[in-house]
Design a protein. Structure first.
Length: 118
C-alpha cells in the first residue's frame, strides 16, 4: 500500500514510492510490530463472508481521491472506521497481509483485475 500511494505521512525524507493510487497513507498507523493484530473485514467485491486479516506494522488510508474505490475499513475497536483496502483502476492495495491466511479471495480479485486490464 505504501509503495502504491501517491502520498505518505510519517515517511522518511528519502522514502520513494511508485504511486498510482490517489491516497494518503500513514506508515505504521496501527503501531509497531508489538501492536500487530487480526480482524475480520467485509471486503467489497469478494462476497459477503468476512475476510480474516492480519495487520503487521500496518499503514492506513488517511484520505482517498474521488477515483479511489474503498474496498474495506476496520470495524473492530482497533482503528475502527479506518480504510485498509482500496482499488483505483487496475491497482489494488491492502494494509493487511492476505498471504498470511488460507483465504485466497483477495488474490483471486487481483487475478481478475489483471485479466480484465489487458
Amino acid at each position: 500500500m505504501i509503495m502504491l500511494a501517491d502520498r505518505v505521512t510519517d515517511a522518511r525524507p528519502d522514502q520513494e514510492t511508485i504511486g498510482g493510487i490517489d491516497i494518503t497513507v500513514r506508515r505504521n498507523a496501527f503501531g509497531r510490530q508489538v501492536d500487530s493484530f487480526e480482524s475480520d473485514l467485509i471486503v467489497a467485491g469478494i462476497g459477503a463472508d468476512p475476510l480474516h486479516a492480519v495487520f503487521i506494522r500496518a499503514p492506513w488510508v488517511e484520505s482517498a481521491g474521488p477515483e479511489v474505490e474503498v474496498l474495506a475499513s476496520v470495524v473492530s475497536e482497533v482503528g475502527a472506521g479506518t480504510i485498509v483496502a482500496v482499488r483505483q483502476g487496475p491497482l489494488l492495495a491492502t494494509s493487511f497481509h492476505p498471504e498470511l491466511t488460507g483465504d485466497l479471495r483477495i488474490h483471486r480479485m487481483f487475478v481478475e483485475i489483471v485479466r480484465h486490464s489487458r
